[in-house]
Design a protein around this ligand. Sequence first.
Ligand SMILES: Cc1cc2nc3c(=O)[nH]c(=O)nc-3n(C[C@H](O)[C@H](O)[C@H](O)COP(=O)(O)O)c2cc1C
Length: 248
Amino acid sequence: MQSQSVIDTLNSRLSIRNYIDRKIEDEMLDTILNSARRSPTSSNMQSYSFIVVRDQKKKRELAKLAGNQKHIETCDTFVAICADTSRLENACNMHGKSLGKGLETTLVATVDASLAGMSLSLAAESYGLGTVMIGGMRNHPDKVAELLCFPKGVYVVFGMCIGWPDNDKKGNKKPRMDETAIIHREQYDTSDMEKKLNEYDNELAEHYRGEGRETPDAAYTAVIANKFNQPRRTHLKGTLEELGFKLD
Ligand SMILES: Cc1cc2nc3c(=O)[nH]c(=O)nc-3n(C[C@H](O)[C@H](O)[C@H](O)COP(=O)(O)O)c2cc1C
């Protein structure tokens, strides 16, 4: 099957949460997974792992852990994208040493996992598959680790549902804020930021209404202000430390 160009794939992508009942061929899945492994990785550490889940019972468990996100159950393939320092520990032990863990190691593994995860999504989308990333995996990273038998030094950064999209339920691309709010040339430009955010509020509200979704008028800023005015998933520091990561 022919894949789309990267630019076309990026410009047409949107998160897909509804899938048809069609299997992803094993060969295609292997191509996608292995292409993502070509992602850049800090100091060639390759400090991430993909746990590929196609078993329906396991997907159901993962869906529950992510707050009953049904797309985890209905997608063909779910991938847990994990930061993984366990092999680094193996490598150190093979030379009579142990891994010097700190915040940097945790960040490096998390960045490696994120980059590989994005490549995985892009590779899948280039074949016309639909994906959605699942931060809900961080609701209970300890239980995900137990369910998927992680060794010490592995945590799930996010998950990814992959499947053939149900085009009737695809919806429209979610608009992004004005490029000048995101892309700064030569130096950071904070000018007119509130104006840009106001404009985006309106554009996003219009998009949601077009999708038949309820929305406040300030579709971006009010949601951010109401949802993120307190720290979230405050269990994460403790859980990640239990899973073998250092955050200082
Ligand atoms: C790290 C990450 C975690 C996400 N977690 C979830 C999730 O748990 N559930 C979900 O339905 N969408 C999730 N999303 C998808 C975002 O909601 C989506 O990318 C965003 O609203 C922009 O929409 P678009 O991808 O359709 O353009 C996540 C996206 C990212 C990058």
